[in-house]
Design a protein around this ligand. Structure first.
Ligand code: PMP
Ligand code: GLN
Length: 386
C-alpha cells in the first residue's frame, strides 16, 4: 500500500470542485466557485489563438517571456508608481496558485512561522504546511472583518519568516485600508520578515477606492512579493497566468521553485496577457464599474430574500448571513439545501477557516450576466419569501 503524504491527505477535494459538481448535479445556478460566465476581451483571445498558430510554441524563457515581464513592470509603474526591473524583479508562472506555492517552497524552511489571516483562500494552509511552514493564524470575524491588531502583533515572533496577506480579500470582500497596511508593514519590518501579497483582485475595487499594494509602504519594497493574476484581471480563469513582482533575491528564490515545478507557462497566453496589461485605463475602469453594478444588483435581491448581506469593497464576492432565514444547520448544510431546494449554489464560508469556525455565512459570486443574477435572485426570493 502506498501511503500518501500525511499533510495533504488531511484535506478532501477542494470545496470549489465539490460545490460546482453539486450545482451541476442539481441544475442549480452556480454562484459558488468564483469564475465569470463570460470570457474576457476578444482581442486577447484572438492574439492568443494567433500566437498558437504562428508560434512560439516551445519552452519560453523560464521566468516568463520578455514581453510579459516588461508589461508587468510597466503595469506596476503605471498603477502604483513602482519602478521595477523586468529582468530581475518579475516572474511569470501558471496562475497565482503556482506563484503562491513557489513563494512557500522557495522562501520557507521547515519550522519557519507564517502569519496568516483567516478567512484563508483554500490553497494557503495546505501548501504552507507542505512547504514546512508553521501557520500562525489570526482571525477576521464577520460581520465587520476588523483586523485584530493586538492578536496580529502577538502572532509575530522571532521565528516569523513570512506574512501572507490577501487584499482585496476573498471571501470577505475587504480592502485593507492604509492604516491597516501601515500597521502590517511595520510588523514585517520589525521582525525582518517577508510579505507575500496576494493581490489577484487588484483591479476589482469599488466605490472610488484605490488598491494600494503593501509593497508601496515604507520599508516594504525589498520585502514583498506582489502577486497578480490574468485570470481575474482579464476574466479568463482557465488561462492560469500569474505574475510576481519583488526584489531580485525574492524573485530568484521563487524561480528556484518554479523551475522545478512547471518551469514555464504557455507562451501564447503570456503574449496575450502582455497586451492586456497594456490596455487603456478605460478597460480597467469598466471592469470595476461593471462588477460594482453586479454587486449592487445581487446584494439587493439577496436582501429582498431575507439574507443579512455584508458590504463588499472589492473582489467579485459577497458574503451574507443566512440565520435571518431561520435555518439552524451549519453553512455547509445550508449550501446543500439552497442548491437542492432553491436551485442556487453558494460557498460555505467555513471552508475558509481552519477547523470550520464561523458557520453562519455563505459567499456568493457575482461576476455573472445580469439575467443570471436576476434569475438566482428570483429563485431565492420565491423560495425563502414564498
Ligand atoms: N488567490 C485568491 C485569493 C483567489 O481568489 C484565487 C482565485 N482562484 C487565486 C489566488 C488563484 O488564482 P489563479 O487562478 O491565477 O491561480
Ligand atoms: N478563486 C476562486 C474562488 O475563490 C476559485 C478557485 C478554484 O476553483 N480553485 O471561488
Amino acid at each position: 500500500m502506498v501511503t500518501p503524504n500525511g499533510i495533504l491527505s488531511e484535506y478532501g477535494t477542494t470545496i470549489f470542485s465539490v460545490m460546482s459538481a453539486l450545482a451541476v448535479e442539481h441544475g442549480a445556478i452556480n454562484l459558488g466557485q468564483g469564475f465569470p460566465d463570460q470570457d474576457g476581451p476578444e482581442d486577447l483571445r484572438r492574439l492568443a489563438a494567433e500566437a498558437i498558430i504562428a508560434g512560439p510554441n516551445q519552452y519560453p524563457l523560464m521566468p516568463g517571456v520578455a514581453e510579459l515581464r516588461q508589461a508587468v513592470a510597466a503595469h506596476n509603474r503605471r498603477f502604483y508608481g513602482l519602478e521595477v526591473d523586468w529582468q530581475t524583479e518579475v516572474m511569470v508562472a501558471s496562475g497565482a496558485t503556482e506563484v503562491l506555492a513557489g513563494a512557500f517552497l522557495g522562501l520557507l524552511d521547515p519550522g519557519d512561522e507564517v502569519v496568516m489571516i483567516e478567512p484563508l483562500y483554500d490553497s494557503y494552509l495546505p501548501m504552507v504546511r507542505r512547504a514546512g511552514g508553521v501557520p500562525r493564524l489570526v482571525r477576521l470575524a464577520p460581520p465587520h472583518w476588523t483586523l485584530p491588531r493586538d492578536e496580529l502583533a502577538a502572532a509575530f515572533s522571532p521565528r516569523t519568516k513570512m506574512l501572507l496577506l490577501n487584499s482585496p480579500h476573498n471571501p470577505a470582500g475587504k480592502v485593507f485600508d492604509a492604516d491597516d497596511l501601515a500597521f502590517l508593514a511595520d510588523l514585517v519590518v520589525r521582525h525582518d520578515a517577508v510579505a507575500v501579497c496576494d493581490e489577484v483582485y487588484e483591479h476589482l475595487v469599488f466605490d472610488g477606492r484605490a488598491h494600494r499594494p503593501l509593497m508601496t509602504f515604507p520599508g516594504m519594497r525589498g520585502r514583498c512579493v506582489r502577486i497578480g493574476s490574468a485570470g481575474k484581471t482579464f476574466s479568463m480563469t482557465g488561462w492560469k497566468v500569474g505574475y510576481a513582482t519583488g526584489a531580485p533575491d525574492l524573485i530568484a528564490a521563487l524561480c528556484k521553485a518554479h523551475q522545478f515545478t512547471t518551469f514555464t507557462t504557455v507562451p501564447a497566453l503570456q503574449l496575450a496577457v502582455a497586451a492586456g496589461l497594456g490596455k487603456e485605463d478605460a478597460y480597467f475602469d469598466t471592469l470595476a464599474a461593471e462588477q460594482q453594478a453586479k454587486r449592487d444588483r445581487l446584494a439587493a435581491s439577496l436582501a429582498r430574500a431575507g439574507f443579512d448581506v455584508l458590504p463588499t469593497a472589492g473582489t467579485y464576492f459577497l458574503t451574507a448571513g443566512f440565520r435571518p432565514l431561520g435555518f439552524d444547520g451549519d453553512d455547509v448544510a445550508f449550501c446543500r439545501h439552497m442548491t437542492i431546494d432553491a436551485g442556487v449554489t453558494a460557498m460555505p464560508v467555513s471552508a475558509f477557516f481552519q477547523g470550520g469556525a464561523v458557520r453562519d455565512y455563505v459567499r456568493f459570486c457575482f461576476c455573472k450576466r445580469d439575467q443570471v443574477l436576476d434569475a438566482a435572485g428570483e429563485r431565492l426570493e420565491r423560495f425563502f419569501k414564498g
